[in-house]
Design a protein around this ligand. Structure first.
Ligand SMILES: Nc1nc2c(c(=O)[nH]1)N=C([C@H](O)[C@@H](O)CO)CN2
Length: 122
């Protein structure tokens, strides 16, 4: 399957389970990979037939900045659902990294993969 990706998208948001985290903004990083048939866009050399990664990155940034949750699992799930609802993708893989959350670790987080209706590979 073809893929369109957005790598290392950084967003400042309020996220965390501890009280001290609820009053600050922390950086999170998204790596996004969408299943999408790129052939029509390539054949027509036409952005209207492409999955516009700039528009997608903007939606994800806006959502993550404006919505505050406790768990990285929750944010990843919300972002996957947002992308599936708003873009004509076949699948989405969301890797969410919270850098600096754990001492001596470069990053911690989750990775999930979700499928559009009728495209579940399982
Ligand atoms: N599986 C998870 N474990 C933890 C999370 C989380 O979101 N998912 N969050 C925290 C704290 O918010 C932590 O990031 C603060 O440093 C701890 N464990």
């Amino acid at each position: 399957m073809d893929k369109v990706f957005v790598q290392g998208l950084e967003v400042l948001t309020t996220i965390g389970v501890y009280e001290w985290e609820k009053g600050i903004r922390q950086k999170i990083r998204f790596d996004l990979e969408m299943g999408f048939d790129n052939r029509p866009a390539a054949d027509g050399d036409d952005i209207r037939l492409a999955l516009d990664y700039a528009a997608l990155a903007q939606k994800v940034s806006d959502y993550a900045e404006q919505n505050h949750v406790e768990l990285v699992e929750t944010m990843a799930e919300h972002i996957a659902r947002l992308i599936l609802a708003e873009f004509p993708v076949l699948s989405v893989r969301v890797r969410l990294t919270k850098p600096g959350a754990v001492a001596n670790a470069a990053g911690v987080g989750v990775e999930i993969e979700r499928f559009a209706r009728g495209n579940d590979a399982s």
